[in-house]
Design a protein. Sequence first.
Length: 277
Amino acid sequence: MIKIIFKIFSEPLVNFLLLGALVYIYYASVTKSATPPKQNIIKIQASEVKKIERQYAHKYKHPISHELRYAYILEEFYKRVLLEEAYKLELDKQDAKISKILLEKMHYILQNSAPFVEPTQKQLYNYYLNHIQEYSKVNKLSFTQIFLADAKDTEMKEIFEMLRMLDISPKVGVALSEPFDGNNFFKSVSYGEVEKKFGKYFASKVFKLQSGKYSHPIHSKYGKHFVYVEDKDVSKAYPFDDVQDRVYQDFLEDNRSKVVQMAYKNILKSYSLEVLK
């Protein structure tokens, strides 16, 4: 039976039709529902919290902080909420491999719940003006980096989703970093200083990042990094025409992130978290 299910899931046409239907259903339900839903309690056992603490201490060689422990609990809560929603769609085969597939499908549905609407030139220009600091010449900037030497893509993706979805502060998130030859916090550094420390590719990427959000993984000569730019010292703004492509991409990503966050918050109205002791 399990083999049959996997065969069905692996068919491209079935995947396309299933995900298309689910995206439509979820976009309609999580963005337009006005009736307060009945809450379901998701319980996290004390033994599960202890397991989180042990795994973290084993990997990072020091105890986990209270804030990061709670972030891991929220991440587990988030996963179970999505699985519960998947089970409501009668895809409830209680098997670890099937659950992983369902979780990936639900992530896909949430990430694609925002319909694509091509922005107008006026919308892009207004976005440019409202975020003018992001499109100005950067003299110096301050950032926090989370270093992962050779983490697999699946682990990087999971950490990235946790950092952004749970809005983890850089001071808490830095505890996820592996030991780094240098510093995780860089205050008011120039392009040359960043290039000298991390390499030209890393510097070119970091100096184009938006403030106040974690970057996707950026490669350096050391490994992979998540970067959070906290402050910028800027001078003259670049002309709109020179940065229009960046504005376009940032506009789309911001809009998509807002819709995903709203969809997740609407789903969470049906759930509450209880950590058992």
